[in-house]
Design a protein around this ligand. Structure first.
Ligand SMILES: *[C@@H]1O[C@H](CO)[C@@H](O)[C@H](O)[C@H]1NC(C)=O
Ligand SMILES: *[C@@H]1O[C@H](CO)[C@@H](O)[C@H](O)[C@H]1NC(C)=O
Ligand SMILES: *[C@@H]1O[C@H](CO)[C@@H](O)[C@H](O)[C@H]1NC(C)=O
Ligand SMILES: *[C@@H]1O[C@H](CO)[C@@H](O)[C@H](O)[C@H]1NC(C)=O
Length: 841
């Protein structure tokens, strides 16, 4: 019992942690196989690693780059995905032999298709790793046949199937970001398939224009006639931290044809800048994982194009967390048109020197410029300023979900307002649907799409068909962007706050908002049921007044039997509450279990009506009504066990699907206690055969609103029932209690300390701290801070991350390390700076 209480206390305290964590939990969860979300899957025994996806414009055909194959999947049917044709494209035995002789694992030697793009109306361009010797080919999109001899794939496709790359075809030309050699250390951004006066271009590789990058994605902005590349790389400008990773956006102009003497066959329009995903005074989320482009709303200028990216942190202190940041095209453009950093060729150090601008780096149309101008752009390609996120803040942070991929859509709601909906894929295989609201992000739901962690995966959104495709090694899964009919009542439909769904009062169903824009019950911003479901709730409350109870579900029990009434949570954001008409639920007699069910011993006083109420977002509804009656015939002893039918319309939140371990423990302790009270023979009740007496009310669920009055406080799950009335072990109890108390206070003290530390690191630091910090600095330090300059009095050594300890106590998060007499401190402020103490530390 002691252990048990300790455990529950710890759990309670951990729960107490929640206010300081950004808790972003999906409102409802659909585990694999859940009837509320019908997934269509394509997989086949002779197809694997289906991870590169390309969707036809009409959304009827999905092309898939797999292992040794390109597939054409017909996705125009409602319930099935049909394999239309398959192109086999694998390396020869000899190629494979050579690959493995070069020391590569045989499993990585097949041809993994990593580039799949429409070339023109009749052909697809495909590239694969082809036994670590990449190749490309033209594929007829109708017949899926190879039409020409394969091309050399160097610079177009990675050698290593686990290396990330980006590729996009615009106007018949292929723009790629990938490594162009076998060992993976010659990264390049290049253009291929250019014809006539237009020549293939690449980066000038003498200058280190890229520093060990991981390419994420690229995006074509028609109005700018530019391609933007997104990647992460080592931030050499921060040479004071070893291997500090920064996220970048870079650009090139489509009109580029290279210079005439200087920069021949090289980009003259390449420029890069840092993308910052960092809240004030927090450690940066510095590693970009994925990014998607949200085109401007209809009628808005191209400058309003947004890029939504997922970022994680390089440091273990933030591991398992991810953040979403959005960037506006205008901001990217203004950073590229600003000043550029200068690289000192001798010391290889970057500086911000105000210099005369001979040319504007990143400007289109420089191919005809003077050698002098081209030399200038060749050396000035790193923008001085960083691109800050929209609103200078993070769009969302998730402490518990490690997001890897996202796709974004603008959805018009019933009120004609537009909402941004993000689909985020977690590493653990769930697809989250989140809507961005003024007050923060609301995660509408999560759908499980794969079971095993996947090294390579991809996400494709078909806006026209309202479908998401997830490509993994397990196959291709299709998920509808919404299933409004899952919400079977108006309050559920409104509480979901799903811009795709609204309540149609005429058909009395939750329908797709696009089908019917008029008079739909919907409130995305506030989820106010009273207003959105006005007419509906009125009819219900007039049907059942609080004094006119409907009969409810009949539950027949024998006396002294343990009864458990179930009331599954409709959503993870709801709170369950049990009530009896005209009677209190004394904690002496009733046990409220964590899954929302109510457990008690059937006695004459506990017979009667029970209501389960659910409160969410200030709205209360009755979820279940039970009438517990004594069995008429004592012969009919077999307890009737109802379980939830598999197809019940009440959503199974995961909390319901997987009851916590504490649940059965507490039920298991019942029989002994009952013995104490009753002094009778031990009832044959165990955790296994506890009669689970319940049934759903289904679609005709009674709904009425009530003013939430003074309700019984809920008994925490696992809290010991104080039932003992007869002989009691008072002395023992006191001794144990005192010991327990001591133990507990120690634990609490420790926990509180941890919590305080964690809270500090998460909540925005107190205003004024930085000022105090700067007051304390010596003039030398302030100098160093002001100039963002490395002030080297000791040996000028770079800080090595291995020796550094992240510290996020007050003010700016910082890293510290010791070198001889000196202590280096890196402040993750904006701009990032460092200073040092020498001598006395
Ligand atoms: C939507 O939900 C309803 C109710 O749970 C279910 O019957 C139906 O199959 C679901 N449809 C899809 C496409 O998931
Ligand atoms: C290919 O799929 C297998 C599982 O089927 C997986 O183990 C392997 O890592 C995948 N390889 C790539 C390059 O995706
Ligand atoms: C598309 O490109 C392929 C390969 O270059 C070419 O054979 C074909 O004629 C092109 N189709 C059209 C419609 O231009
Ligand atoms: C480059 O400049 C020369 C003259 O300076 C001009 O004749 C030529 O048309 C220009 N070429 C382009 C591509 O603008």
């Amino acid at each position: 019992m002691e252990n048990h209480s300790l455990l529950s206390l710890t759990v309670a305290l951990l729960g107490f942690l929640s206010p300081c964590l950004t808790r972003l939990n999906p409102r409802v969860s659909f585990p694999m196989g859940s009837p509320g979300r019908h997934l269509t899957r394509f997989s086949s025994h002779d197809v694997s690693n289906t991870t590169t996806l390309l969707l036809s414009e009409d959304g009827d055909m999905l092309y898939v780059g797999a292992r040794d194959a390109v597939l054409a999947l017909d996705v125009s049917h409602k319930d099935v995905i049909i394999l239309r044709s398959k192109l086999d494209w694998s390396p020869s035995e000899k190629d494979l032999e050579q690959c493995s002789m070069k020391g590569k694992k045989m499993a990585d030697c097949p041809n993994f298709i990593r580039v799949l793009q429409f070339l023109n109306t009749t052909h697809i361009y495909a590239c694969g790793t082809f036994a670590f010797s990449p190749r490309c080919t033209y594929v007829n999109s109708e017949t899926l046949t190879m039409s020409l001899k394969p091309d050399e794939g160097r610079g177009r496709c990675p050698y290593d199937p686990f290396q990330r790359n980006s590729a996009i075809i615009v106007d018949g030309e292929l723009y790629t970001g990938t490594v162009a050699d076998y060992r993976g250390n010659r990264p390049v951004i290049s253009r291929h398939l250019s014809e006539g006066r237009r020549v293939d271009l690449k980066l000038d590789d003498t200058l280190g224009w890229l520093e060990d990058p991981t390419f994420i994605s690229s995006s074509f902005i028609p109005d700018e006639e530019k391609i933007y590349f997104f990647f992460s790389e080592v931030g050499r400008e921060y040479d004071f931290i070893d291997k500090f990773i920064v996220s970048r956006v870079s650009q090139i102009c489509m009109s580029d044809v290279g210079g005439q003497r200087t920069l021949q066959r090289r980009w003259t329009t390449f420029a890069k800048a840092q993308l910052l995903c960092q809240a004030d005074n927090e450690l940066p989320y510095n590693v970009i994982q994925d990014i998607d482009t949200l085109p401007p709303a209809e009628g808005a200028p191209a400058d309003d194009t947004l890029f939504y990216g997922i970022f994680t942190s390089q440091w273990s202190i933030n591991s398992g967390q991810s953040a979403v940041c959005s960037f506006r095209l205008t901001d990217i453009k203004s950073v590229f048109s600003g000043n550029y950093k200068v690289l000192n060729r001798d010391t290889l150090q970057w500086s911000t020197r105000v210099q005369e601008k001979v040319a504007n780096p990143g400007e289109c149309g420089l191919h005809n410029a003077s050698d002098n101008a081209l030399r200038f752009v060749k050396e000035n390609f790193l923008a001085d300023d960083s691109v800050r996120p929209v609103g200078r803040s993070l769009t969302m942070v998730s402490a518990e979900h490690n997001y890897s991929h996202l796709t974004v859509q603008r959805v018009q709601a019933a009120n004609n307002r537009e909402y941004t909906v993000l689909f985020l894929l977690t590493e653990s295989g769930y697809l989250h649907k989140a809507v961005l609201l003024q007050g923060g992000t609301h995660i509408i739901e999560e759908v499980q799409v794969f079971e095993q962690p996947q090294p390579i995966k991809s996400l494709k959104l078909s806006i026209t068909k309202g479908m998401i495709y997830v490509g993994t090694s397990e196959g291709v899964v299709r998920v509808p962007t919404a299933n409004c009919s899952f919400y079977w009542t108006c309050p559920q439909c409104v509480l979901a706050r799903d811009p795709f769904c609204g309540w149609d009062p005429f058909s009395r169903a939750c329908v797709e908002a696009s089908n019917n824009q008029t008079s739909l019950g919907q409130d995305i911003d506030r989820g106010n049921v009273e207003e959105a479901c006005n007419s509906v709730s009125l009819t219900h409350s007039s049907r059942f007044g609080p004094n006119k109870l409907p009969a409810g579900e009949l539950v027949s029990v024998s006396l002294n039997e343990v009864v458990r009434l179930q009331c599954p949570a409709v959503s993870r954001l709801s709170q369950q509450l049990w009530e009896r008409p005209n009677s209190r639920l004394s904690s002496d007699l009733y046990l409220h279990l964590k899954d929302g069910s109510l457990s008690f011993v059937a006695t004459p006083t506990t017979l009667g009506h029970y209501l389960c109420l659910s409160t969410e977002n200030g709205y209360q509804q009755t979820m279940a009504i039970y009438h517990v009656k004594q069995k008429s015939s004592p012969m009919a002893q077999t307890p009737t066990s109802y379980t939830w039918p598999q197809t019940h319309p009440i959503p199974t939140t995961q909390a319901v699907a997987r009851p916590g371990p504490g649940l059965y423990t507490s039920v298991g302790t019942w029989p002994k206690r009952i013995e104490t009270i009753q002094g009778e023979t031990e009832p044959t009740v165990s955790s296994r055969d506890t009669p689970v007496t319940t049934r759903q009310l289904g679609r005709n669920l009674t709904l009425w609103t009530e003013e939430s009055g003074q309700k019984e406080a809920e008994v925490q799950d696992g809290e010991p029932l104080v039932l003992a009335r007869g002989p009691c072990y008072l002395k023992e109890l006191v001794v144990v209690s005192v010991l327990l108390l001591l133990c507990l206070s120690l634990q609490i003290t420790m926990l509180m300390y941890v919590i305080r530390q964690r809270c500090r690191s998460r909540t925005a630091p107190q205003a004024g701290t930085p000022t105090r910090d700067s007051d304390r600095r010596t003039p030398v330090e302030q100098e160093a801070l002001r100039g963002n300059q490395f002030l080297s009095k000791c040996n000028g050594q770079a800080l090595h991350s291995g020796q550094m300890r992240p510290e996020v106590k007050r003010g700016h998060p910082k890293y510290q390390s010791h070198h001889g007499d000196c202590q280096w401190v890196v402040l993750f402020a904006q701009p990032m700076t460092r200073y040092k103490h020498c001598g006395l530390i």
